[in-house]
Write a protein that binds this ligand. Structure first.
Ligand SMILES: NC(=O)c1ccc[n+]([C@@H]2O[C@H](COP(=O)([O-])OP(=O)(O)OC[C@H]3O[C@@H](n4cnc5c(N)ncnc54)[C@H](OP(=O)(O)O)[C@@H]3O)[C@@H](O)[C@H]2O)c1
Length: 303
């Protein structure tokens, strides 16, 4: 586990080759230089050996002293050495340079391809995160809220009318929904004498030829109603029974007025499941001369 770490080469293979070649070249030239010096000394020595020391004085070739031939042969060997160094073994010449250049170019191309791939990957990730943030912020902006007044037995209406008159509840409805989209079923819409001021009405009906006053948006499903209200940061679902039932699974919030009494009715609000909804506010209102029943304003938020 704690064995010796294998040393990894720090220098690129091509760079190493280049260095080795340069070292070889230096050695070759050094050897050639030494050869030249030895040749000079040797030539002088041969001349002196013959002329001063008298070695082989009588030995001549074609009437010339032998050392001349010895020096000529040696000179020939030296020229051959020079030829070898500068011509035969010219391994760092044009061809070698071209080969290195080709290697370098192909390496750069591989690197460019890799960079391109990682750039595309990064771009995709950025685009994905942008879309994700957009969706997230859009979802966050819109808080679909159910607003309802329901009795203890969940009764909300009878004969397409409300069952009670509680002025503070109506005031609260007015102030909460003011300036917002109010989404409702066709029957609830028809229970109003006329559209409510300063609110955008979105009415859901299956009737293709349903007529409504100017400014009222007609849609054929709850999904289309929510889509029509997408510019609103808090669209309200205002009833009635059928629409509440469909909206319970998608709403973010419920503003409930719980009327503390049981009533006979034909339309009811669905049960509020405490495992899905948490109560975040609760204000009790006593019975008084303007209000025949006790009631509480309760806010629920999806858990
Ligand atoms: N206490 C409260 O807070 C409160 C609030 C609102 C209403 N209310 C009461 O609730 C009662 C009305 O409720 P309700 O359940 O009878 O009627 P509603 O929900 O107001 O409207 C039902 C109508 O909406 C349309 N609709 C429903 N679901 C649809 C869908 N998925 N696609 C297309 N259209 C759809 C249909 O219209 P078409 O028939 O035209 O196709 C349907 O007949 C009234 O008594 C009213 O006073 C009480």
């Amino acid at each position: 586990m704690f064995g010796k770490k294998k040393a990894s080469p720090q220098i690129d293979k091509d760079q190493l080759e280049l260095i080795e070649n340069a070292q070889k070249r230096i050695k070759q030239k050094k050897r050639l230089y030494i050869h030249f010096v030895i040749f000079l000394i040797g030539a002088v020595f041969l001349i002196l050996a013959n002329t001063v020391l008298g070695i082989g004085k009588e030995f001549t070739i074609l009437g010339k002293e032998w050392f001349l031939f010895a020096i000529l042969i040696w000179l020939f060997l030296f020229v051959y050495h020079v030829f070898n160094v500068f011509v035969t073994q010219k391994f760092m010449g044009k061809a070698w340079e071209k080969q290195q250049l080709d290697k370098l170019v192909s390496k750069q191309q591989v690197r460019i391809e890799k960079l391109k791939a990682s750039f595309v990957k990064e771009e995709t990730l950025i685009a994905q995160s942008k879309v994700y943030n957009e969706i997230k912020s859009n979802t966050k902006r819109s808080e679909l809220t159910i607003i309802v007044a329901a009795a203890e037995n969940d009764a909300i209406g009878k004969g397409n009318k409300l069952i009670w008159h509680l002025s503070d509840d109506l005031k609260r409805f007015k102030s909460l929904t003011n300036g917002h989209h109010i989404i409702m079923g066709r029957k609830t819409f028809e229970s109003f004498p006329k559209p409510l001021p300063n609110r955008t009405h979105v009415v859901i009906t299956r009737q293709a030829d349903y007529k409504a006053p100017d400014g009222v948006i007609l849609v054929n499903s709850l999904e289309d109603a929510i889509d029509a209200a997408r510019s609103d940061n808090q669209p309200f679902i205002i009833g009635g029974g059928q629409i509440y039932k469909q909206a319970m699974s998608i709403a973010d919030k419920i503003e409930l007025t719980r009327v503390h009494h049981d009533f006979e009715a034909d339309t009811y609000f669905p049960k509020i499941d405490p495992t899905v909804w948490k109560e975040t506010a609760n204000t009790f209102h006593k019975k008084d001369e303007n209000h025949d029943y006790e009631f509480s304003f309760i806010t629920y938020e999806r858990k």
